[in-house]
Structures are given as structure tokens and as C-alpha cells.
Design a protein around this ligand. Structure first.
Ligand code: EPU
Length: 426
């Protein structure tokens, strides 16, 4: 088993490069299915989730050709006239984003058989909003033997009100609606930058979408779409992780390739914690000298502070001056991370979807376990501000979302190595 061994104490300083967002790229790849022919997507992060989505597209009958350098891939997906319709469990269960195959497959082929992704370490993740939205458009959907089977003789536009601005449900309904008959209106739609990115790619394929970036999307279905080339939006969560790491370690990081406008609340929190945040033409720079001051965190759909940055925020607040209240509104089990960081001496108490973090001068290195991508990287930040050595097991979670994390950390002056450990974790 691989573990990351982090020796604390470094002040991170230097430059990092942020590439395309995992949570956009997976959806862009699924959306290539909407048009026969070759669609090319660039700025893809070289992470394991993207590899699994390639594998899924191959199973659906596409040709997938990659060109890559160390961090970034470009991929050309050649989509057949009649793609297959089944996304198998052994691949789907590894990445939640594969549920995004449902909308494109259904609208393109009239049938989609996508495995139910199953449980997740960050909490229960129901699909009711995806299903009821597609049903309103005329799909016949049933769950059989662990699969969602969706069929339709032709989807038609509908008025859909989402109870909650779900990212995945908005994307599935949107990608189904672009080829449906008539107009679909999605009210209370999610408006994350990754959804805007997907809309831009769909528009360049010939889709008709109004209200892009707002919480009401109006989609006029067209008869067919054409292939395109598209560059994925930068990963705001990776960029935000670097910003939190800079402040936690009292460092100075220039985050290149990032869009500060996608992180307004997070960067404002860091400024209030005492950091100097500078927006640059090619990204932003975050500098901090003193111990950060505590701040409260409430996770919310965009433009709120993203739940995916919550563990990084807690790692910073664990060494901040003062007491912070964290409210997690999206994924109840994300506080599993608190039990791990508590092993490093953090003073964190949780009650339902609230946590209270009382900052300490330093944490203390310990063996800990990454329970998901974001918890894993939160533990890396905690390791950087801990005395001694922190060994983080289950590194494969981190590899799902962060490209060359330890190489980039070493470039900033951190002492981080990946080692094989036969005994760690018991
Ligand atoms: N929800 C429902 N019913 C549904 C769908 C969602 O009740 O049919 C609830 C969920 O239980 C949750 C809330 O709505 O409480 C938000 O879920 P959403 O559908 O917005 O999230 P998602 O599409 O499943 C994506 C990202 C997550 C990110 C969330 C929120 C991907 C592949 N995943 O998940 O990313 O946390 O949006 O921004 O895009 C990660 O990258 O580590 C990650 C977990």
C-alpha cells in the first residue's frame, strides 16, 4: 500500500500550475456522446478518474486517443453513430461522475443502462432529482439488479423545478434536454463554473441554451449536435486547496492557471484571516506571514464556499488563532475527516452538521487515513503544519483529484514522499 509521508514545518513558497477541473472534465467527456464524430477536449488533468471515464467511453464503443505530458492530457473521443448503452458497475462504482452518462445516452440512443454508483464515504448521495427530472421529460426509468434503466421513444421538453440545486441532476437534465423535442426549463439549477463550462461546450456543439450561469436554464432542443473542440475550465477546488495550504503554512504561493473569480468567498475568508490575496492575470497569489485568524465556514452550492474545500479549511483552522464554527450543508459524512485530524491533536468537535474548531499553535504528526479525495488533501495540509511525521494511507483517494501533488509540494519546499508500506494501516 502506498502512503504519503509528510514531515511538517515547511513554509510553502513558489508557483504551482492548476489544470482542468475533474468535476468538469468527467461531464465534458460524457457529453461527447451527444454528437457522432470526433470531439477533442484539452486541459484534462492526468488523474485516475479521467482514466476510468476513458474506459467507460471505450466500453460504449468510442475510440479514445490521448496525448499527454506529465500533468495535462488532451483527448480525442471518436463517437460512433450508435453508441452502446450500458455503463457497467465495476467502472461506475469507482467514479460518481459516471452517472453523467445517463442524460447523453438516453437522449442520443433512447436507452441508458447505468449502474447505480452505490455508497460513498462522504454521505448518502441519492439520485431522485436526476430521475424525476428525466421522467418529466418522458423517460421511463426503473431500477433493476443494481442498474438504472432509462428508456424513451423521444424525450420532450418540460418545466423542471429542482428541490435543491444539484450539480449532477442539473447536468443530466441539461445534457438530455439539448436533443429533446421542445423547450426545457430547469429552475433552481446549479450554477457551478463546471456547469457553465459544460454549457459552453454544448453551445459550441450547436445546442441552444439560455440563462447560462444563472439558476434558470432554458434549453431549446435541436435535432442533432456536431463535434467540437473544447478546453476545460481550471479546477477551482485544486486552486482553493493551494490557497488554504499557503495560509496554513504561512507561505507564499502563486497559483497559475486559476480563476480567482470562481473562489471569491474562499479568498475573502483568507483575506479576513490576515492573508494578502492578489489577483493576477494568470491566476492569483496568496501570502501570509502571521498565524491566521479563525473564521466561520458555511458550505453551500456555488457561489457559496464549496463543500470540497471544507477539509482544507478545517486543517487551516486547526492551527488558527481563535475558534471557528463550520456548517456542512451538503454531505453529512464529510466530518469523518474530523476524526482523522483529531488523531493529530486538532481540537475539533462535531454535532450533526456543525463542527467547532478551536485553533492550536501546532498539530502533531500521526498515522492517518484518507477517507476521500478532499479529506486526503486536508490531511496533507494538516501534516505540513504538524510537528514530526504524518503518514497518510489510502493515497489512491488523493490521486483521483490531484495531479502530481507531492511533486508540486516538493517544488514549494515541502518534505513529502510517497512510500510503499506493507504494514501501515493494519
Ligand atoms: N441530492 C439529492 N438528490 C439528488 C441529487 C443530489 O438529494 O438527486 C443532494 C445530495 O445528497 C447532496 C446535495 O444534493 O446533499 C448536493 O449534491 P450534488 O448533486 O450537487 O452533488 P454531485 O453532483 O453528486 C458534485 C461533485 C462533488 C461536489 C458536489 C457539490 C462531481 C463528480 N462531484 O457531486 O465533488 O462535492 O457536486 O459541489 O461533480 C469531489 O470532487 O470530491 C466531490 C465530492
Amino acid at each position: 500500500m502506498q502512503v504519503l509521508r509528510v514531515t511538517g514545518g515547511a513554509r510553502l513558497a513558489g508557483e504551482v500550475q492548476v489544470v482542468g477541473a475533474k468535476n468538469s472534465v468527467l461531464k465534458l467527456l460524457a457529453a461527447t456522446l451527444l454528437a457522432p464524430g470526433q470531439t477533442t477536449i484539452s486541459n484534462l488533468p492526468a488523474i485516475s478518474d479521467v482514466t476510468i471515464m476513458h474506459e467507460l467511453l471505450l466500453r460504449l464503443g468510442c475510440d479514445v486517443a490521448e496525448t499527454s505530458d506529465a500533468m495535462i492530457d488532451s483527448v480525442a473521443v471518436n463517437v460512433p453513430e450508435c453508441p452502446a448503452s450500458e455503463a457497467p458497475y465495476e467502472l461506475v462504482r469507482q467514479i460518481r461522475g459516471s452517472i453523467n452518462l445517463l442524460g447523453p445516452l438516453l437522449t442520443r440512443t433512447g436507452r441508458a443502462k447505468v449502474a447505480m454508483p452505490g455508497g460513498d464515504a462522504i454521505g448518502s448521495r441519492p439520485l431522485d432529482l436526476h430521475i424525476s427530472g428525466l421522467e418529466r421529460m418522458g423517460a421511463d426509468i426503473r431500477i433493476e439488479h443494481g442498474y438504472i434503466i432509462a428508456e424513451s421513444g423521444g424525450l420532450r421538453g418540460a418545466q423542471i423545478w429542482l428541490d435543491f440545486p444539484s450539480v449532477g441532476a442539473t447536468e443530466n437534465i441539461l445534457t438530455a434536454a439539448v436533443l429533446a423535442k421542445g423547450t426545457t426549463v430547469i429552475d433552481n439549477a446549479a450554477r457551478e463554473p463546471e456547469i457553465v463550462d459544460l454549457c459552453h461546450m454544448l453551445l459550441s456543439m450547436g445546442a441552444q441554451i439560455g440563462g447560462v450561469g444563472s439558476s434558470t436554464l432554458e434549453i431549446n432542443g435541436v435535432d442533432s449536435l456536431h463535434p467540437t473542440t473544447h478546453r476545460a475550465v481550471a479546477d477551482r477546488i485544486v486552486a482553493g486547496t493551494w490557497a488554504f495550504a499557503a495560509v496554513a503554512t504561512r507561505g507564499d504561493i502563486h497559483v497559475r492557471g486559476a480563476n480567482a473569480g470562481h473562489l471569491e468567498i474562499a479568498l475573502d475568508k483568507l483575506a479576513r484571516a490576515g492573508a494578502d490575496v492578489e489577483v493576477l492575470a494568470d491566476g492569483f497569489r496568496v501570502r501570509s506571514i502571521d498565524r491566521p485568524k479563525s473564521f466561520d465556514v458555511v458550505t453551500l452550492p456555488y457561489p457559496g464556499l464549496p463543500t470540497d474545500l471544507q477539509p482544507s479549511a478545517i486543517a487551516l483552522l486547526a492551527v488558527a488563532d481563535g475558534t471557528a464554527m463550520i456548517t456542512e450543508n451538503l454531505f453529512e459524512a464529510r466530518f469523518m475527516f474530523c476524526d482523522e485530524i483529531a488523531r493529530m491533536g486538532a481540537d475539533v468537535r462535531t454535532d450533526g452538521h456543525h463542527a467547532v474548531v478551536r485553533g492550536k499553535e501546532r498539530l502533531s504528526g500521526a498515522p492517518v487515513r484518507a477517507t476521500d479525495i478532499r479529506a486526503g488533501v486536508g490531511l496533507v495540509i494538516a501534516g505540513l503544519v504538524a510537528d514530526g511525521v504524518t503518514e497518510i494511507s489510502e493515497v489512491h483517494h488523493i490521486d483521483r483529484g490531484y495531479v502530481q501533488l507531492e511533486e508540486q509540494l516538493r517544488g514549494l519546499g515541502a518534505d513529502v514522499v510517497r512510500i510503499e508500506s506493507a504494514t501501515f494501516g493494519g
